[in-house]
Design a protein around this ligand. Structure first.
Ligand code: AMP
Length: 183
């Protein structure tokens, strides 16, 4: 059983590692970004509300994200464990996650911080070419990360849940380091 939170800036490789680790451990990979993009693509009510925030590189309002995480954590595949990839993204979401997990008698094993220099992130994101991957939006997402999300590193550190990986290494090396930390 593993319950993991993947922290780290956009482009740090959280999604890639989450997908490998989740598959290997047969646990749920819960990416709020993926869920929101799917909602935008299928033009659900959630997608319509989230679209403008995502295109600007701003965070989608907490109440939209919290609802979907709550629902997702209750699905059968998440009972074996989960990786939260891109959630929580600010202090309010971290507090809400605590409450939510307490309510279902769970707690995270680790929060994993992916450390990557900004210039590497910008180059990686530019080469990815997603709709919200223009240089202006990327720089804004990095600012939002620094202001809102990076403080969660201290939040989980103070709870003795934090581990850090050098996300600038190649995918295989990051995976080996990560696996050694969380197993
Ligand atoms: P990501 O794929 O994690 O980089 O997320 C892409 C975009 O989705 C972000 O720039 C936000 O607009 C939105 N998003 C994803 N996760 C969250 C979250 N936990 N809270 C608010 N917005 C989010």
């Amino acid at each position: 059983m593993k319950r993991l939170i993947f922290l780290g800036p956009p482009g740090a490789g959280k999604g890639t590692q989450a997908s490998v680790v989740a598959k290997g451990g047969d646990i749920a990979h819960i990416s709020t970004g993926d869920i929101l993009r799917a909602a935008v693509a299928s033009q659900t009510e959630l997608g319509k509300q989230a679209d403008a925030f995502m295109s600007r590189g701003d965070l989608v309002p907490d109440e939209l994200v919290l609802g979907l995480v709550k629902e997702r954590l209750q699905q059968p595949d998440a009972q074996k464990g989960w990786i939260l990839d891109g959630f929580p993204r600010n202090a309010a979401q971290a507090e809400a996650l605590d409450q939510l997990l307490q309510g279902i008698g769970q707690s995270p094993d680790f929060a994993v911080n992916f450390d990557v220099p900004d210039e590497v992130l910008v180059q990686r994101l530019l080469s990815r070419g997603r709709k919200d991957d223009t240089e202006e939006v990327i720089r804004h997402r990095l600012t939002v990360y620094r202001e809102k999300t990076a403080p969660l590193i201290d939040f989980y550190q103070s709870r003795q849940k934090l581990v850090s990986v050098d996300g600038n290494a190649d995918v295989e090396q990051v995976n080996q380091h990560l696996t050694s930390l969380i197993s």
